[in-house]
Design a protein around this ligand. Structure first.
Ligand code: ADP
Ligand code: MG
Length: 542
């Protein structure tokens, strides 16, 4: 009998070889199944309740996978690519997960028949490169110099992104808003210059876009009622200073022997505060914003002098005001020269729903805007925000790179055809593998059909025929249960979304195919000395 060799600690869980790859593939398919039904304009939404009982309704692949809290190590890869797709391009997160799941599904029979994973990986990489090349070749460039054409293009891309969301009914309304919002930004299109605020109540269509900074009125002390609520052509002081009486006393320990001494300290405190307020008043600023609290004495002081103040302004809002209106945030009042003050055309405090909002418009420096979302349930507004985020990202992407392709499965069908034709020119196993990849790409139109309740086989056959005849932009027409030229129907998507999705999905599936062993160390013993479970490899005796 052979002696048994013990290599790993007792309790180590290790599995390897073909069954391991197949089990990883199965896990990834389970992930793809979780988001499958959300794809496309007729996709369903998911309601997820987390461990704290918070409910989220979402249609966004990345959001769903993030909340699901997946623990399977291989399946986590898919969650990661969905997240990175979200960060890179902002849309196409469901597509990327589905594609990766489908690539793996097509690879499974080969693995089971003992084709070496490296051969599959090589073929998949090649196919992905070819697909990307093809997208670049056929994507349509739009003339950027014509503002009208550009705007049309942007609206179409935003509309395609929104048509698969909960807010699809208000698509036209939000499309305009999103494009306006992005158009208000400057060259670099910084995302953080679009503020999104949510106010429950009212209808979705009561949402407004404000060309400037807006934030919820902060907590105010008595006296604010007397402050004016509207100015034009004003100066703004941005502070990080506490304008409250108690402030100085808390900074040090003071010992006093008599009432007079105490009184002099109190007087000094008042004087310090009043000196600050006087300087602020003299600086010519009409609106005083501070990150720290502004107390009742200061509030009253400003009210008496026809000035407005707001304390405890959220840092993000304060920074956005600074970027928009100019000036800089001051930590002392000593050098309040005119150039550190911001300025804008109008300041106004208005009522939106049950909340009061401070608005700054006509800002000279950077270009910024704020979307104030209205709507019934909180979850609904949150999903609206996520949908708008996708659309905003798409519009930004399109403004930066102006190539588009037709969506609704059109581009995927064309790529599928291209790869299938290409595979016929290759000899050996690679031919079959590239064919498998071509088949996998059909998952997007197939799922779009299935989610809309159409006969997928029928429609896919029609699409294959049409593409073979040269109709490169034919895709699923979700309104008429048929196929249609989606380029003419204006179902457009930026080419970069598709390029990123295919590359990321191919990379992820190659990664999963290349793992043939998982070793899981046993859990550290509970009652050992602290850190004792680390054992080997840490310079400890074995
Ligand atoms: P993702 O997270 O991948 O963006 P979506 O649920 O947004 O998932 O669905 C996107 C898919 O729906 C894309 O393939 C897109 O082309 C398709 N799509 C969007 N609008 C339409 C439409 N009006 N007709 C057909 N397909 C559409
Ligand atoms: Mg989308």
């Amino acid at each position: 009998m052979q002696p048994q060799i013990i290599l790993l600690k007792e309790g180590t869980d290790s599995s390897q070889g073909v069954p391991q790859i197949v089990s990883n593939i199965n896990a990834c398919q389970a992930i793809a199944d979780a988001v499958r039904t959300t794809l496309g304009p007729r996709g369903m939404d998911k309601l997820i309740i987390n461990d704290q009982g918070k409910a989220t309704i979402s249609n966004d692949g990345a959001t769903i996978l993030k909340i699901l809290d997946i623990v399977h190590p291989a399946a986590k890869t898919l969650v990661d690519i969905a997240k990175s797709q979200d960060a890179e391009v902002g849309d196409g997160t469901t597509s990327v997960t589905l594609l990766a799941g489908e690539f793996l599904k097509e690879a499974k029979p080969f693995i089971e028949e003992a084709v070496h994973p490296q051969i599959i990986i090589k073929a998949f990489r090649k196919a992905a490169t070819e697909a990307v090349k093809k997208i670049k070749e056929i994507s349509v460039r739009i003339n950027k110099s014509d503002p009208k054409e550009m705007r049309q293009l942007l609206e179409k891309c935003a509309a395609t992104s929104l048509s698969s969301k909960l807010v699809a009914h208000q698509k036209d309304f939000f499309t305009k808003m999103v494009v306006d919002a992005v158009m208000l930004l400057d060259e670099l299109l910084p995302l953080n210059m679009i503020g999104v605020k949510k106010v429950t109540g009212g209808g979705l269509e009561d949402s407004v876009l404000i060309a400037g900074v807006a934030f919820k009125k902060t907590f105010s002390y008595a006296g604010f009622e007397m402050q004016p609520k509207k100015y034009t052509k004003l100066k703004i002081a941005l502070l990080n200073i506490e304008l409250e009486l108690k402030a100085e006393r808390d900074n040090a320990e003071v010992r006093v022997d008599s009432v007079e001494e105490y009184q002099s300290i109190v007087d000094a405190e008042w004087k310090i505060l009043y000196d600050k307020l006087d300087i602020l008043h003299k600086s010519g600023a009409k609106v005083i914003l501070s990150k720290l609290p502004i107390g009742d004495v200061a509030t009253q002081y400003f009210a008496d002098r026809d000035m407005f103040c707001a304390g405890r302004v959220v840092e993000e809002d304060l920074k956005r005001t600074m970027k928009a209106c100019g000036g800089s945030i001051q930590t002392t009042v000593q050098n309040l020269s005119p150039d550190v003050l911001g300025s804008c055309e109008t300041f106004e405090e208005i009522q939106i729903g049950g909340e009061r909002y401070n608005l700054f418009t006509g800002c000279p420096q950077a270009r910024t805007c704020t979307i104030i979302l209205r709507g019934g349930a909180e979850q609904f507004i949150e999903e609206t925000e996520r949908s708008l985020h996708d659309a905003i990202m798409i519009v930004r992407r399109t403004m930066k790179n102006d190539a588009v392709v037709a969506g609704g499965g059109a581009i995927e069908m064309e790529l599928s055809k291209h790869l299938r034709n290409l595979s016929r020119t290759i000899a050996g196993k690679e031919q079959l593998l590239m064919g498998a990849m071509a088949k996998a790409l059909e998952i997007i139109p197939r799922q779009l059909c299935e989610n809309a309740g159409f006969d997928a086989t029928n429609i896919l056959n029609k699409l294959r025929q049409r593409h073979a005849q040269g109709g490169i932009w034919y895709g699923v027409d979700v309104l008429n249960e048929d196929i249609a030229d989606n380029f003419e129907n204006c179902v457009w998507e930026p080419a970069v979304v598709k390029i990123n999705a295919i590359t990321a999905a191919a990379e992820a599936s190659c990664l999963i195919l290349s793992v043939d062993e998982t070793v899981k160390n046993p859990k550290a013993q509970q009652d050992g000395p602290p850190g004792g479970g680390m054992g080997r490899g840490r310079g400890r005796p074995m």
